[in-house]
Design a protein around this ligand. Structure first.
Ligand code: NCD
Length: 307
């Protein structure tokens, strides 16, 4: 039985296959509409989510399966003090597969050790967010044709932004990527991610503070929200919140074929005027998220691809 706890749990070959499947689903979703008949997905969300939870649910419903679950710790037995280990043992009796989001780093890993169904990490604290990474990779491959030789700017909260951590770790398996890490000093990427880039050996990276300076060379700009819920003080959050705002004036500095991605939700870091720019691809990215989660559910449940 397979789980997905980190984006590296899939080899690059398996990842290619999964992205091929997602691409085929995107081209003809109806072909897949009965693949998971009678299968159930449990969504165990101890932290708020719109896109991730609903895109998992939409994915399972699109496959003909059904869904059950909870969307906050308060509405689960966690509020009574139940452990993740006990919850997953019980959920294993009710569902065939589960997606778990938890504020504590490593909670989905703990769940996987006590589970008899596949566990998907749908975001654990400031650590990892592998299914957002699958979404990002499908979007990049579909819109840019591949991963090698790209210059990607990651901007905003690189310290707490788990989507950034997972995306960088995944991209390190490809060749000659330049990472332009744009953040205030206080929100720079964690040391373990910087070390991973250095140890990979075949990539370049620079760290800078001004988005304007980075814009002209980027093929992809990956914007992120300042992660309010992971700050210790409101004052510190407010100071960081307005640090980067992507607007039309900054877009003028970028290549004509650069794409802007964002895992969403956006707060104020991308001005709404940018939505009209054809390089703004973050809503397309959210749509890709459903197809890639359909492919993931099929892969982990070992469901046959219909002819
Ligand atoms: C991201 C997350 O939860 O980490 N959202 C998402 O899943 N699409 C990004 C964020 O919350 O900023």
């Amino acid at each position: 039985m397979r789980h997905l706890l980190s984006p590296l749990d899939l080899s690059t070959d398996e990842l290619d296959k999964l992205l091929d499947l997602a691409t085929d689903i995107a081209a003809d979703p109806d072909k897949y509409s009965e693949c998971c008949n009678k299968k159930k997905l449990a969504t165990l969300f101890y932290e708020p989510s719109t896109r991730t939870r609903l895109s998992f649910e939409a994915a399972m419903l699109n496959l003909g399966g059904s869904v059950l679950g909870f969307s906050s710790a308060d509405s689960s037995s966690a509020a009574k003090g139940e452990s993740v280990a006990d919850t997953i043992r019980v959920i294993s009796c009710y569902a065939d597969i589960c997606a778990m989001r938890h504020p504590k780093e490593g909670a989905p890993l703990v769940a996987s050790l006590h589970s008899s169904i596949p566990v998907i990490n749908a975001g654990d604290g400031g650590h990892q967010h592998p299914t957002q990474t699958l979404t990002d990779l499908l979007t990049i491959r579909s819109l840019k044709g591949g991963f090698d030789n790209l210059t990607i700017g990651l901007c905003g909260d690189l310290k707490f932004g788990r989507t950034v951590h997972s995306l960088i770790e995944s991209l390190l398996r490809y060749n000659n990527i330049k990472f332009v890490l744009i953040s205030p000093k206080e929100l720079r990427i964690p040391d373990y991610i910087r070390e991973s880039i250095i140890n990979a050996g075949n990539h370049e990276f620079v760290e800078m503070e001004r988005l304007e300076d980075a814009m002209p060379e980027l093929d992809i700009l990956y914007m992120t929200r300042v992660q309010k819920e992971r700050f210790f003080s409101e004052e510190e959050y407010l100071r960081m919140k307005g640090y980067y705002i992507l607007d039309n004036a900054k877009m003028e500095l970028a290549k004509k074929d650069m794409i802007v991605l964002h895992p969403l939700p956006r707060v104020n870091e991308i001005s709404v005027e940018v939505d009209e720019d054809e390089r703004a691809c973050y809503f397309k990215q959210a749509q890709f998220g459903v197809y890639v989660r359909m492919a993931l559910i099929m892969t982990l449940l070992e469901v046959d691809v219909p002819c």
